[in-house]
Design a protein. Structure first.
Lengths: 111, 113
């Protein structure tokens, strides 16, 4: 199976800080995704990428950017963290069988 | 991408069979139907995928009628550990390239003793 690794399980940052969330997959999959999950709101798509240097906005891209310089790595960037970005962030990679593989998640708290 | 609709929540007891239905009226010809299970503080995990009729694996069955406008995930003899949120996702997953995968609200299943 595909292994998707997120760099940090828990982060605490201050308002205005720049935050990097890293995600690495161990297979050669084109499609990668960043979601955030908040209680009662389910999984919401922030950004996705279908190839190196290609990125597309999801449903809630405001306040975020992404980077895909290598196929195995997809990074989510919060340029200036705000308290309303406190959330669980989930990265996923899509296998060509149609299965999405998720990382363990990164729980971000912005103070 | 086909929009999906599921019940918000369901309750069951241990040992019962649970059927969760997902509606996807605008499913496209090349779309597959995939179900995921999510426990608290974890990422969703793939359960089963199908295109038409019936698919069965070691944990679940997936029933898809001929018109493919809905699908039903069947969990036989649930246990307390099946308490989770279940999502159905519809899309042309096997095609490389542009893939915007948006999840619906999911169904929260609570299994009681």
């Amino acid at each position: 199976d595909v292994k998707v690794t997120q760099s940090s399980r828990y982060l605490v940052k201050r308002t205005g800080e720049k935050v990097f969330l890293e995600c690495v997959q161990d297979m050669d999959h084109e499609n990668m995704f960043w979601y955030r999950q908040d209680p009662g709101l389910g999984l919401r798509l922030i950004y996705f990428s279908y190839d190196v240097k290609m990125k597309e906005k999801g449903d809630i891209p405001e306040g975020y950017s992404v980077s895909r310089e290598k196929k195995e790595r997809f990074s989510l960037i919060l340029e200036s963290a705000s308290t309303n970005q406190t959330s669980m962030y989930l990265c996923a990679a899509l296998k060509n069988t149609g299965e999405l593989f998720f990382g363990e998640g990164s729980r971000l708290t912005v103070l | 991408l086909a929009k999906t609709t599921q019940p918000i929540s369901m309750d069951s007891y241990e040992g019962q069979e649970v059927n969760i239905t997902c509606s996807h009226n605008n499913i496209a010809t090349n779309d597959y139907i995939t179900w995921y299970q999510q426990f608290p503080s974890q990422g969703p995990r793939f359960i089963i995928q199908g295109y038409k009729t019936k698919v069965t694996n070691e944990v679940a069955s997936l029933f898809i009628p001929a018109d493919r406008k809905s699908s039903t995930l069947s969990l036989p003899r649930v246990s307390l550990s099946d308490t989770a949120v279940y999502y159905c996702l519809v899309g042309d997953f096997r095609n490389t390239g542009f893939q915007k995968l948006v999840f619906g609200t999911g169904t929260r299943l609570l299994v009681s003793p």
